[in-house]
Design a binder for this molecule. Structure first.
Ligand SMILES: NC(=O)c1ccc[n+]([C@@H]2O[C@H](COP(=O)([O-])OP(=O)(O)OC[C@H]3O[C@@H](n4cnc5c(N)ncnc54)[C@H](OP(=O)(O)O)[C@@H]3O)[C@@H](O)[C@H]2O)c1
Length: 265
């Protein structure tokens, strides 16, 4: 984000906050179509547009509403549930009327926050055993939908736990991003046929048209305090690499942000 840039010789400081993709910098010269002026919703800080009202929230929202098309009362499983997309997805699923919301995460502390703070009905630490077994305990009646941020053993476990005609939104595969070997799982891909499942990839850039719909849905919930904007904030450009690597290994809960100025929003 930055300040609005004005064409011509006079560049005024201040003005409305805008979102642009010119990278991290103190100043950016952008054309009008390269910058989005952020709406000023009462009580919603601008940094929310980097998380819940940005690509993160949009990914979670379209995965639920367009890809798995979650219906009220359905059970949904979310992996990397204490992360940015995951914590948004679990909270949105609850607000969209999901029946049972189950999440997986990488530490007991994160698991406690999922059920204690973010409204998940059940959660497990995926280090505690095979994901399929842990999911079967957390959702004994099976699941209708799975939002996959992890791939690999999580996808395998979810395929096992999905009921007939279940749906998978494949968002990411963080378990395999830094592996040089092909993933060992899922070994049960053909069960997609046996159970008449549907697996569909989600790429947020193909759903930018849903931004207004996301804001209509989410802003009232944010203003009423029904959604938590979960963030982990690193400070300064010098911390950026550590923040990114930390995100990959689970140092974050919610959205990992880097604040490049000392000022509070
Ligand atoms: N398709 C799209 O358009 C789109 C858009 C945004 C993001 N994504 C994808 O969505 C996923 C989540 O992204 P994010 O930005 O929200 O990141 P994030 O979930 O905030 O951070 C990544 C989390 O992944 C977990 N993790 C790391 N290695 C793991 C492993 N081997 N098994 C299980 N969990 C592991 C860590 O949490 P734990 O402590 O729980 O392990 C870490 O906090 C990523 O795969 C990303 O590429 C896709």
């Amino acid at each position: 984000m930055g300040s609005a840039a004005h064409p011509g010789p006079e560049v005024r400081p201040g003005g409305p906050a805008v979102f642009h993709r010119k990278g991290w910098r103190t100043h950016a010269l952008v054309t009008p179509d390269e910058a989005r002026v952020l709406p000023d919703h009462h009580g919603v800080p601008a940094h929310t547009y980097l998380g819940l009202l940005g690509g993160t929230g949009l990914t979670a929202y379209v995965a639920l509403t367009r890809t798995v098309r979650l219906q009220p009362g359905e059970s949904v499983f979310v992996s990397a549930a204490a992360g940015a997309v995951g914590s948004a997805a679990g909270q949105f699923a609850r607000l969209l009327g999901a029946g049972r919301v189950v999440g997986s995460a990488g530490s007991p502390a994160k698991v406690r926050r999922l059920t204690g703070e973010w409204g998940f009905d059940a959660a497990f630490d995926y280090h505690d055993g095979p994901v399929g077994d842990l999911l079967a305990e957390a959702a004994p009646d099976g699941i209708d939908a799975y939002l996959d941020n992890v791939g690999g053993d999580h996808l395998e476990g979810a395929i096992r736990g999905l009921r007939e005609f279940g749906r998978i939104a494949w968002i990411g595969a963080i378990a395999q991003y830094h592996s040089t070997r092909p993933p060992a799982a899922p070994r049960n891909l053909f069960d997609i046929v046996g159970k008449s499942l549907r697996l569909e990839g989600v790429l947020v850039r193909n759903h930018r048209d849903a931004q207004g719909e996301l804001e209509d849905f989410l802003v009232p919930h944010l203003q009423a305090g029904r959604v938590r904007d979960v963030q982990t904030v690193a400070h300064g450009f010098d911390g950026a690499v550590d923040a990114f690597l930390g995100m990959l290994r689970g140092a974050n809960t919610g959205k990992m942000l880097v604040r490049v100025t000392a000022e509070q929003p």
